[in-house]
Design a protein around this ligand. Sequence first.
Ligand SMILES: NC(=O)c1ccc[n+]([C@@H]2O[C@H](COP(=O)([O-])OP(=O)(O)OC[C@H]3O[C@@H](n4cnc5c(N)ncnc54)[C@H](OP(=O)(O)O)[C@@H]3O)[C@@H](O)[C@H]2O)c1
Length: 322
Amino acid sequence: MMPADPNLRVVTVFGGTGFIGRHVTGRLARRGWRVRIATRSPRDALFLKPNGAVGQIAPIYTDLGDDGSVAAALRGAHYAIFLPGVLYERGSSTFQAVHVEAAGRVARLAAEAGCQRLVHMSALGVGKDSESAYARTKAAGEEAVRAAYPAASILRPSVVFGPEDNFFNQFAEMARISPALPLIGGGKTRFQPVYVGDVADAVMACLDRGDAPGRTYELGGPQVYTFKELLKIVLHETRRHRALVSVPWGMANLQARVLQLLPKPPLTRDQVTLLKSDNVLSGGQPGLAELGITPTAAEVILPTYLWRYRPGGRFADREAEA
Ligand SMILES: NC(=O)c1ccc[n+]([C@@H]2O[C@H](COP(=O)([O-])OP(=O)(O)OC[C@H]3O[C@@H](n4cnc5c(N)ncnc54)[C@H](OP(=O)(O)O)[C@@H]3O)[C@@H](O)[C@H]2O)c1
């Protein structure tokens, strides 16, 4: 029998099928490490396999609510990465269950399994006293992780952009089909969008660097924009001329009350609450620079995927059919 390669690392990624997860998985595979994708649906994770050599990326069914299932996903893993998060609640997939209980369970069982590193994905603007349940439970999740695995590295990104993102794609699609875009709360909320490639690099740096364990990093891009400025960028990149219509907070809440009934709601009341606070770096925590990463400008990346929403772009076929 060949002796085991001492450099071969095994990494368990929870949430590896998601937007950020697929970029993290690609980087882990390029290192030649063995990547275990802990997922609710191994079949839906098969698209990740071509990122690695035969057998290098292995989806494993995992119930985040079950100790035995999570322990099995972590068995023999050198590193664990926790990415799951929800923007709205459905059935048993509640903020409390995913952000707090699952995060705490993975941290506790990663410690028990002897994982050398744990990287936990939180979000910018979390706070125990926030009016938003998303932000409150993310804060409680951080606490649960720190209590169970004090050396975890915690990452708090602002809104993340990249080809499969939710934010820019959603507004670009809206610009394609609707005569107007909503300036929720007047569009004054400030954001510091960060590139998904930089977030994935930050995860890798947390596995590599000697100074990362036990630290919390805030991740933001090189520039701060208001919500209105971001929508203007979307209109520019999609070459669409649309009205920007101010929607006061009360009206946005009313709309969200209806929209959140949809199977995949574009807006919820909790998100309206989140939008009331700026989502920019506090300045009080280390960030990309301390991880050795130079942030990528949104203007460099957005055109590479928002062109699809332009007249004549890839999604113009749908327009022609309509
Ligand atoms: N995207 C952003 O702009 C942004 C900004 C700040 C913070 N974050 C945080 O970054 C993390 C990753 O975000 P993302 O945008 O990559 O999310 P995403 O695309 O929605 O992916 C999240 C993944 O979590 C897994 N998951 C496991 N249990 C789940 C459950 N009960 N309900 C929903 N998903 C579950 C899913 O994998 P399976 O279906 O394979 O189980 C899913 O692929 C989250 O914690 C999020 O809060 C994201």
